[in-house]
Write a protein that binds this ligand. Sequence first.
Ligand code: PLP
Length: 370
Amino acid sequence: MGASFHPTPRTLMGPGPSDVHPRVLGAMGKATIGHLDPDFVALMEDIKELLRYCFKTKNTLTLPLSAPGSAAMEAAYANLLEPGDKAIVCINGVFGMRMAENVRRMGGELVTVEDEWGTPVSADKLKAALQQHPDAKIVGFVHAETSTGVCSDAKTLCALAREADCLTIVDSVTGLAGVELLVDEWGADVTYSGTQKCLSAPPGISLITFSEKAAAHVQARNTPVQSWFLDLSLLMAYWQGDGARTYHHTAPVNAMYGLHEALLMVQEEGLENSWQRHRAMHDELAKGVQDLGLSFVVDAEHRLPQLNLVRCPEGIDEAAVRKRLLQEYNLEIGAGLGAFSGKVWRIGLMGYSARLENIQLCISALRNCI
Ligand SMILES: *Cc1c(COP(=O)(O)O)cnc(C)c1O
């Protein structure tokens, strides 16, 4: 009571949030203005344009949501799915399970395609499911599974779904700016991401883009979107209204300053360079992991450079190591989830965290603690 909060600065190398760039924090400390102020409206336009750049899309319906990545997942299903609609959800980790839960709760008819954790979504299994369920309307999958460190072949999965006339929902919360993501070229219908992974901004905002086909589908719904807050048509009146924008909710103004700065930094670096940097930093981490005699869980071919599952050696208490890293090195790494609990560490190299000095700190700290 009675004292300001002063967090100890940490190096964030877990599954998110990742290190926030000082430029982003600086931007967030600027004067708060009204959320309908002409200056803020101009900022909103810039943000939408920068989002199109980062998603590699021309989609008109591209906007941030004033809530974290989980809300974007919910928005995707809430807007596309109507009660009774059949949705195929590919599950190869925690976030696929959450997609399935969204379908269940929204009254959809759920079909799951399951793959072992630590492996990518199988295109063959999806193909079989699409053949078996020609009435399916939606295919959802996670491009970059943060719980397992696996990158799935989003291009192939989107192509299969499109051939079967299904709309795709692609979770790239951890993928955006970290690995190749080509929304238009791959024909992804709804793709979403977040601020706190490879964009180096704090958690709390998400980003979402709808193809023309997905937008038309939303417009042609027979039932209203069950979530008022996430109803795309209402949100667009605020984010898109020509001239006369209408109040929907009060945008987190300062958080949007931060998002804008983070997106600008991706543009300055160049999206392809950002992918390249994550790959190069992963290679550096891999050298260190090998030097320590440790190994990765995921095959090199399917590994996400920005999220690395490293096996904890037999006889070592993985939680105790993480505790020491935090206490002695102010370094946060992540724990394993589900079947990987107690067996692996999740080392994030996302956005501003993907730097040589972080990798050196992490490897030398691990060397002292195992
Ligand atoms: C982090 C994450 C989310 C959820 O984002 P929050 O900002 O934590 O709500 C969803 N999907 C994936 C793949 C993620 O990594």
